[in-house]
Design a protein around this ligand. Structure first.
Ligand SMILES: Cc1cc2nc3c(=O)[nH]c(=O)nc-3n(C[C@H](O)[C@H](O)[C@H](O)COP(=O)(O)OP(=O)(O)OC[C@H]3O[C@@H](n4cnc5c(N)ncnc54)[C@H](O)[C@@H]3O)c2cc1C
Length: 338
């Protein structure tokens, strides 16, 4: 396969940033990927793996090869009366997998309805929303090491999942290309309505015993109302992670700001709302030129026109500085910056 040269990435990132890749290849099969990685002339090139481009900010042209993963397929591998194991290709659109499972009443990923992007990218930051995260249902994943082309299987423990992170965002960052993911889903699903907004929505609609279809519909409607549609306004969802504080830091913050929004986190730690911190700094809906935070969701940074990646990055640096100056808290990016 011959990679394309000087390929525009404008329609391949949800910020809609106008940059180019020196080389670009789209792969549909694992064998094609292994062949590409073994190509002697490409071995020297810097490589970056692209899914749906919904969690990336390109700040400049990419001087190497972008490998877009479009491996298709959803297959039932095994099932019994309680559960089912499903394997999905890394290029499958995440929400298509969710719909497939909801229609078949396979429970476990319905709260993750409408998260943009591909199945292969989902383990990278352990996608999560409305009380569920990928780690709840992932069994294992298959991938190929970029350096050697060797095929590898990772079980869940080896993925080292944590809040919006995994081994693939840390030690193995840009080292493994995920080709497929296996999930274990329930055939007798118990719905998860632990998330307040979701509970309130269902209660308003007088749905007392929701099915997974009800959950999926509810999440879709809540998300459509709260989040700007990236096909209309460029964005990558939450730009920053919610900071996780130790108890001592949290008590200090709470004494100064009793209204701080917080959530339970791992033992002895408290997650606080990054959106709240930004809002308290007066930056909800703040806009400089064509870049700004959404007026509906302070954590979503938007490209309102033809802003460059560098301009978007500059805006987020200023925002980080504001939060650090006011609260002494350093926000960490959820979005991958290139
Ligand atoms: C409107 C909006 C709402 C969002 N809401 C949420 C949300 O609720 N929860 C949440 O967790 N995220 C959310 N996101 C972020 C995003 O949807 C997820 O991070 C998603 O998993 C990214 O998928 P992608 O295919 O677009 O990945 P990309 O943006 O293409 O890539 C993201 C990272 O994954 C790597 N990658 C991609 N594919 C592979 C692969 N096959 N193998 C190895 N590495 C790979 C890339 O190199 C990059 O580092 C939202 C984004 C938007 C635009």
């Amino acid at each position: 396969m011959l990679p394309l040269k000087d390929h525009s990435l404008k329609n391949l990132n949800t910020f809609g940033v106008d940059v180019k890749a020196k080389l670009f290849a789209e792969v549909f099969y694992e064998e094609e990927l292994i062949q590409l990685l073994s190509d002697e002339t490409l071995k020297r090139e810097k490589k970056f793996v692209l899914g749906g481009g919904s969690n990336i900010l390109f700040t400049k042209d990419f001087e190497g090869i972008i490998i877009k993963i479009s491996i298709p397929g959803i297959v039932v591998i095994d099932e019994n009366s309680d559960s089912v194991i499903i394997e999905a290709g890394a290029g499958v659109i995440w929400d298509d997998l969710v719909n497939f499972c909801v229609v078949k009443n396979f429970g476990g990923i319905e709260n993750l309805t409408l998260i943009p992007g591909t199945v292969g990218a989902a383990p990278i930051q352990n996608i999560g929303a409305y009380g569920q995260e990928l780690a709840d249902t992932l069994v294992s994943l298959n991938g190929v090491l970029i350096e050697t082309g060797e095929q590898k299987i990772f079980n869940k423990a080896e993925c080292k999942f944590s809040y919006r992170s995994s081994v693939f965002k840390e030690e193995l960052k840009n080292k493994l290309i995920i080709t497929s993911v296996r999930f274990k889903l329930s055939k007798n699903p118990k719905t998860d309505i632990s998330y307040k907004t979701l509970r309130e929505y269902l209660s308003d609609k007088k749905i007392s015993s929701p099915t997974i279809k009800d959950i999926s519909n509810a999440v879709a409607e809540i998300r459509r109302k709260r989040l700007p549609d990236p096909t209309k306004i460029g964005n990558a969802g939450s730009f920053f992670k919610n900071p996780v504080l130790n108890e001592e830091m949290f008590i200090k913050l709470k004494s100064e700001y009793p209204e701080v929004i917080s959530f339970p986190s791992e033992a002895g730690k408290i997650k606080i709302s990054a959106g709240w911190l930004i809002e308290e700094c007066g930056w909800k809906g703040k806009r400089f030129g064509e870049v700004g935070t959404s007026p509906d969701h302070a954590l979503v940074v938007c490209n309102y026109g033809k802003a460059s990646g560098a301009e978007i990055l500059e805006f987020t640096m200023r925002l980080k500085e504001e939060v650090a100056n006011k609260f002494g808290i350093k926000l960490e990016e959820e979005v991958n910056i290139l």
